[in-house]
Design a protein around this ligand. Structure first.
Ligand SMILES: [Zn+2]
Ligand SMILES: [Zn+2]
Length: 328
């Protein structure tokens, strides 16, 4: 009989399709593809993200392995079990949230939230959740977990002169759409560029806040998260223009759904939110606001920051100003 030697830490065995399916049945929804495919390689794993976005070490939970009694015991505190514990303890957590990882403290968790646009599905992003609190409002891209902030030129704070050029939104810093911020990390590229998109994009599921303007400009946020930015594009423009405005141009915030105005068969450039003080010197823009149905007597009530605002555009071809107004 040979003495037992200390075995090197063994990689957990892969989960079977059946075990994953049983877990999905227990939690009542499908696991996102990134998680499912990883479980089929190893059933439970650890990620050291102490230097990353979450500043924590995480144990990704296994699904219950029914192979034999030993593996069943080892995996009994699985995703379904932790999910049940969460909902027992924390009433404020959204129904359908699923625990997929825990920190050393079992009540510091990473959860997936139900996709409001697709019932029975979970969103791809991870949300940090602690104790009985609601999940933190900033989701984490699972692909960035465990990555150290990237060294090299990408990680430095960039100057305003380096900002990408947006044909249809020429000065997003002036309009307040892009803001300087030296601490937040872009959820798309994982870099701290010094600049963030001020609002949350449209698009399916939970959209990430704090995107950097580069990930908007090169379309990576649109590809990765299905992010959309424009609201409604008014009038007919070529598909390529609609795509650039909606998927690669920072939007703006209005009281109602944003309307992107068009002229000469092209989208117009958004110049910003304006009040009557600016509008009154632009007869073409004033005319456009009146044509849009705004009453002449209310024109002087339009303010940049008030309950009634106007949104100013300029045609990139003939130079005419366009505008519309909306109210809270
Ligand atoms: Zn980015
Ligand atoms: Zn024009």
């Amino acid at each position: 009989m040979t003495a037992k030697t200390a075995a090197a830490p063994r990689r957990p065995a892969p989960a079977t399709e059946q075990d994953v399916a049983a877990c999905e049945a227990a939690i009542g929804c499908a696991l996102p593809e990134w998680l499912r495919s990883r479980l089929l390689i190893e059933n439970g794993w650890e990620v050291d993200d102490r230097q990353g976005l979450t500043r924590n070490e995480w144990r990704f939970l296994p699904v219950l392995d029914r192979t034999d009694r030993k593996s069943r015991t080892r995996t009994a505190e699985d995703m379904a079990w932790h999910t049940q514990q969460l909902h027992k303890a924390a009433a404020g957590v959204p129904q359908g949230a699923v625990v997929v990882a825990r920190a050393w403290s079992p009540t510091t968790r990473l959860v997936l939230l139900p996709d409001s646009a697709n019932s029975g599905q979970l969103t791809t992003m991870l949300w940090r959740q602690n104790g009985v609190a609601e999940p933190l409002p900033t989701p984490v891209d699972p692909m960035l977990l465990g990555q150290k902030p990237k060294p090299g030129p990408g990680s430095r704070l960039r100057s305003a002169s380096e900002l990408p050029v947006f044909r249809y939104h020429p000065d997003p810093v002036a309009t307040g759409s892009i803001r300087k911020n030296h601490s937040l990390v872009c959820p798309c590229c994982g870099l701290r560029t010094g600049w963030i998109y001020e609002s949350e994009p449209y698009g399916l599921g939970d959209q990430p806040p704090n995107l950097c303007p580069w990930c908007i400009a090169d379309g990576s946020a649109a590809r990765k998260f299905g992010s959309r930015f424009a609201g409604d594009i008014e009038g007919t423009v070529p598909d390529a223009v609609a795509e650039e405005v909606d998927q690669r141009t920072p939007g703006f915030t209005a009281w109602q759904t944003e309307r992107w105005l068009t002229h000469c068969g092209d989208a117009a450039a958004f110049l910003g939110r304006v009040g009557w003080d600016r509008l009154k010197d632009l007869p073409d823009a004033t005319e456009a606001v009146l044509d849009d149905g705004c009453d002449e007597s209310t024109l002087p009530l339009i303010t940049e920051d008030g309950d009634l605002s106007a949104y100013l555009f300029r045609c990139l071809h003939c130079g005419v100003h366009l505008a519309y107004a909306d109210a809270s």
